[in-house]
Design a protein around this ligand. Sequence first.
Ligand code: GLA
Length: 587
Amino acid sequence: MQDHNQAFTIGDQFYLHDKQFKIISGAIHYYRVVPEYWQDRLEKLKALGCNTVETYVPWNMHEPREGEYHFAGMYDIRAFIQTAGKLGLYVILRPSPYICAEWEFGGLPFWLLRDGDMKLRFSYQPYLDKIDRYYERLFAEFRDMQIADGGPIILMQVENEYGGYANDKAYLHALAELMTKHGANVPLVTSDGPWHDLLDNGSIQEAALPTINCGSNIKEHFARLKRFHGQDRPLMVMEFWIGWFDAWGDGKHHTRDADSAAQELADILEEGSVNIYMFHGGTNFGFTSGANYYEKLAPDTTSYDYDALLTESGDITPKYQAFQQVIARYTELPEVKLSTDIRKKAYGEVEVKEKVSLFSVENRLAQPVESPYPLTMEALNQPFGYVLYKMNLGKNRLIEDFRLIQCTDRAHVYVNGNHLFTKDDLEMEGKETFELTEPENELSILVENMGRVNYSVKMNSQHKGIKGGVIVNGAFQSGWSQYSLSLDNLDKLDFSKPFRSGTPAFYRFELEIEETGDTFLDFTGWGKGVAFVNGFNLGRFWEIGPQTRLYVPAPLLKQGMNEVILFETEGKAGESIAFMDTSGLGN
Ligand code: GLA
């Protein structure tokens, strides 16, 4: 059963260079942490007593547009693996390519949806062909960093919790074969919830070791996994959930008690191996946060703090210490000197310096695309952000029946720049009535993509913007102009143009500092939108919380003058923002 030619193997246990090996791993997603802090987070992982780091690989960030690859900066996966290797940590990679992870569209690229027949996560050949091309480029990044070549990578995962989505075994086998074709030579695993049919649906025992994801009742779940294996195989919790994520509108930040989690960890280590999910959650910068959809859309917050062992800003928590005590029973804790000097700063309040309405600058931010019917974000080849739709509504009259058909996720409707109403999700298709009083009437609809779902049966229908159309007095309307607002070109803004309160607008601030430090942008008093620091998209803010501050890591700041811009969509603006030295999450 055990192949001794390999450096890391799976037999009745995991074996590293022929010795039994207990994987004690923690999850850090490199793309949720600025690269300047990778070493710090990995050193803290090592100091905890872990021997391995685990990360998912987000296809949508590495191939943001079909055939265009991105492996620099925060997406430099090779540098991340190298940093881990230098610290003596092993690496588990999950290039799944679906990753869930509260990440925009579960890591799948938006452009997959440009194929109207797309069948995600099935053995649909055009989908597999795109994975094949992506893997060819992706695996070039780390093919030579597997343990057989002396590198740190010891395991790779096929798909992710596939058994909770479907049961197309041919697809799982095709993925495993693609991984092998592109050079994976470490053992493969699958991971699934230990419930119902999930293990059955999601496992390909001939090709990959089944592991489980759970947060409690470890003994019971391991017993089930053992029965499922049907022979002596190592037991591993690939995701030991030690906290949880937050969605906008959740009453409070999710936390999990340190002692109960540490007890479960002890149960896992007694019998098997673990990957702590998350060791360090980090941040959903930019438009990278995903969403869930059960009864309604539940978009995730920008913070991915997760009540993990390190806070969002990398601080050691009491839960870290509780876990360290358990891990110390299995390994000698190494002496680790932290090499990155990180300080917190409270820079205080900064007032709005300049402001301009979106409706004064849309032509600077985007070239309008004309079409007889409204185009979705995907048809516009736009990954994330907002689309501004405009059309001429004609003469003054009563509009008795106005409806937005298949419009996602949140729409603000204006006539001649006056706000009429805002709708989201379930309210979207409800009928509206209003009076047009001017001889000419321009309709503007600003539609926000709040994050494509990363989990649920709705994966195949994650088109954003207006898909069906707009009904005015019983008829679909034609003659549209679309402005793609990805907000990656804010240097084009002209703040000398008019501002009108109550409309979506950009607000500019200047933050002058002597010393850079980690800080938290407090957006109390502001409605909803996105924040930028020196052109970097920090992520979304929303007054409904539970998050009230956005984490600004020091490497995004510079000594001297820093430019901060808020794009606010509800017409709810404060006079100032503040920079604090705590997250406001209470941990
Ligand atoms: C599952 C997924 C992860 C993540 C967690 C919840 O286990 O596999 O990617 O979404 O749920 O945080």
